[in-house]
Design a protein around this ligand. Structure first.
Ligand SMILES: C[S@@+](CC[C@H](N)C(=O)[O-])C[C@H]1O[C@@H](n2cnc3c(N)ncnc32)[C@H](O)[C@@H]1O
Length: 281
């Protein structure tokens, strides 16, 4: 039987040869998963012999990662805003840049939230977990994605406060919400083909690109959002690189008096924020 240390070397070399960006980090994470130990405990058990079953499982995980399957799909979860979310090939992996939207939302005063294109439920469920007593609705056109969101909802104990419904953006949504959040597919068609293999091969295309210039969902939703927002309510859109000015312009043209942007940790405008006047009441 080989030790964990002995298994790691060839695994890292295989991932490197497959073009995986951080082969050592991923090999260690997958070895921890195969051994059933917490990643932060891996160093302690590396000198120990690895059983045949765990070694075979690790080999399978490395083969899958070499085929550029995301680590999150192999271990089954992805961390987002301090919580672990179940993920699969049916949903977009929650991205660190989407935490900018969460931070912006938590600065605001709201009690009800509508999440358009909820996917894994990462945005909706994080917001509700962070805001005790608030309620929300998540909409997605993908039934398999909603099944993942329902699992995350149960894991986070939010069944009583989060509703999930199939739908095409705002179609059939009634009532008004204090906050609308939306991270739509926004990658332009021409950029999609140049994506890394992990999203291109293993995440739903529907979650990544609407085709064309990437702005179709914003164009469609901007004029309709006011009808579903409470007076003084806010909409927060995540946007792709270079899209903030165009999306802000659409929201101004739709009659939002107050429109601004929030930058992500790299300093790029990542969230467009538009607020209705309170006197629309
Ligand atoms: C970029 S992903 C965002 C997922 C999740 N909200 C997040 O931030 O991690 C976009 C989501 O929009 C959903 N979607 C695509 N077209 C839709 C439509 N016509 N109506 C509702 N949701 C749609 C996709 O299924 C996907 O879950």
């Amino acid at each position: 039987m080989s030790s964990g240390t002995a298994l790691l070397g060839p695994a890292i070399a295989r991932l490197r040869a497959a073009g995986v960006p951080d082969p050592a980090r991923d090999a260690r994470r997958l070895l921890a998963h195969a051994l059933g130990v917490a990643p932060e405990r891996l160093t302690l058990v590396l000198p120990e012999p690895v059983g045949l079953e765990a070694a075979a499982a690790f080999g399978d995980l490395i083969a899958a990662r070499a085929a550029r399957r995301p680590v999150s799909h192999l271990v089954g979860t992805r961390a987002f805003f301090g919580r672990d979310f179940t993920v699969s090939g049916d949903v977009l992996d929650p991205r660190p840049e989407t935490e900018t939207l969460i931070a912006a939302a938590l600065e605001l005063d709201w009690h009800s939230v509508l999440d358009l294109g909820t996917g894994s439920g990462a945005i909706l469920l994080t917001l509700l977990a962070e805001r005790p007593g608030a309620t929300g609705l998540g909409i997605d056109v993908s039934g398999p994605a909603l099944a993942v969101a329902a699992r995350n909802r149960a894991q986070l104990g939010l069944d009583a406060r989060a509703a999930l419904r199939p739908g095409d953006w705002l179609d059939g949504v009634t009532g008004c919400f204090d906050l609308i959040v939306c991270n739509p597919p926004y990658i332009p068609e021409t950029d999609y083909a140049a994506l890394e293999p992990e999203p291109r091969l293993w995440e739903p295309r529907l979650a990544l690109t609407p085709g064309g210039d990437g702005l179709a969902v914003y164009r469609d939703l901007a004029p309709k959002l006011g009808q579903t927002l409470s007076p003084g309510g806010t909409v927060l859109f995540e946007v792709g690189a270079g899209q903030a000015a165009a999306v802000a312009g659409m929201l101004r043209a739709a009659g939002f008096p107050k429109v601004g942007c929030c930058a992500d940790l790299d300093g790029r405008d990542r969230v467009v924020c538009a607020t209705l006047a309170p006197e629309n009441r």
